[in-house]
Design a protein around this ligand. Structure first.
Ligand code: DCS
Length: 406
């Protein structure tokens, strides 16, 4: 992998100052920054390719279609899907989950059960509550321990022939814990249940092979993996997507429209109603190229070093409480913590004055905050362009905040 200094040159935003200080961007779990390779892809699209896709007779439309479908193939290869038609472009992980949840709202019935985990992001809880409200199915929750580790014994007891869906995150956005989805998928399949894995926080750091995992649905957001906002993808097994009713009607997704009734397009278009985020999809392909240029293993190994270094420095601060798995080998580079007697929001506000961007609050994981009986946490999350020196500045800033706020 090229040097971190050379990688940083790929991200123009890292030249920014915030409140007169060099930006230290530690909010990568919320959204990653965008390399010039992806920015150039956006500029190129609107400078040379912009046209509506799929049915245009003119050259521009064909070129834009080719670029969009090439990006789909890049995603297929990156996630090792059997077919490119198993990759559905969405506006992000949230829409991808809602697409599946709305379909199953028409399939499930009273007495069926959906299992989620106590660690989920709201995007992988609320859509399933909709599904249950609309179908009469029941939502069950895998509990976690005080380190945020899922209780697999309890999961086994929850599983039954009533279980139709198991929907869990691969990595916790609030704690960074990596969950054992291989075991979860195996156990769920033994009971005939379908598994959706929320890959929003894992895809930027963990190479995911959907066929090896035998996962049924897997969702990602481009903006968390060096792409742009407003685009993501759903992977689904062809045999399941074929049976899933579409929840968005309109152009693109039809074969024939008659007032007496309409027929749907083949995959993937059945689930891609309307004009998609063409530019975002093409730029997503450029983001995948960027990840391959650096090597996802190299990215993860470096981020892990940052995680170890920051954890070791944080643990030396009196009055700090760090949440999540103590075994850093089972974590991505996300650290949620609190300083005794200090509200996370106040810590984040002071760090911002020092040019340091962290996230504070419940991180769209309110059940986790309720479990710990806290209003929220301070969350730092690293990416491949962060440095050990930035961590040192952050630690000094944190100590300053603690002195000011105690
Ligand atoms: C685990 C997880 N699932 C789903 C989502 C939803 O992704 P989209 O917003 O792209 O649809 C997020 C977003 N992560 C939030 C966003 O800001 N900070 C976070 O931790 C997430 O972390």
């Amino acid at each position: 992998m090229k040097s971190i200094q050379d990688i940083r040159k790929d991200f123009p935003i890292l030249e920014r100052k915030v409140n007169g200080k060099p930006l230290i961007y530690f909010d990568n779990a919320a959204t990653s920054q965008t390399p010039v390779q992806v920015i150039d892809s956006v500029v190129h699209y609107y400078s040379f390719l912009n046209a509506n896709i799929h049915r245009g007779v003119h050259t521009l439309s064909q070129e834009a279609t080719d670029a969009y479908e090439k990006a789909r193939i890049k995603l297929q290869k990156h996630f090792n899907a059997k077919k490119s038609s198993e990759i559905i472009f969405t506006s992000g992980a949230t829409q991808a989950i809602n697409l599946v949840a709305n379909g199953y709202a028409l399939i499930l019935k009273e007495g069926d059960e959906i299992i989620v985990s106590a660690s989920e992001h709201h995007s992988n809880i609320v859509p399933w509550q909709f599904t249950c409200e609309r179908s009469g199915a029941t939502l069950k929750v895998i509990p976690m321990d005080k380190k945020g580790i899922l209780d697999l014994e309890a999961f086994n007891k929850l599983l039954s022939n009533r279980t139709k869906l198991v929907c869990v995150q691969h990595v916790s956005n609030a704690l960074g814990n990596i969950h054992p989805i291989e075991i979860i998928i195996k156990k769920a399949h033994e009971k005939g249940a379908v598994v959706l894995v929320d890959g929003a926080q894992s895809a930027p750091h963990i190479q995911t092979d959907v066929q090896a995992l035998d996962v049924d649905f897997y969702v990602v957001s481009a903006h968390k993996m060096y792409g742009t906002t407003g685009v993501g993808a759903l992977y689904g097994k062809e045999e399941l997507l074929s049976k899933l009713p579409p929840y968005q009607g309109g152009g693109e997704m039809i074969k024939e429209v008659k007032f007496e009734g309409s027929t749907y397009a083949d995959l993937p278009h059945k689930f891609e109603a309307g004009t998609p985020n063409i530019c975002g999809g093409i730029a997503f392909g450029s983001a995948i190229d960027y990840i391959h240029e650096l090597g996802i293993e190299n990215i993860a190994n470096y981020e892990h070093k940052l995680l170890e270094y920051a954890t070791q420095k944080l643990k030396m601060i009196d009055g700090i409480e760090i949440y999540g798995n103590d075994d850093l080998s089972k974590r991505t580079a996300v650290i949620s913590f609190n300083l005794k007697g200090i509200h996370p929001y106040d810590v984040g506000t002071i760090l911002d004055k020092l040019g340091i961007a962290v996230r504070t609050g419940h991180h769209c994981a309110q059940p986790i905050m309720e479990f710990y009986n806290i209003p929220g946490t301070v969350r730092v999350s690293f990416a491949v362009y962060n440095t050990f020196e930035e961590i040192d500045i952050f630690i000094e800033g944190l100590k300053k905040a603690q002195m000011m706020l105690q």
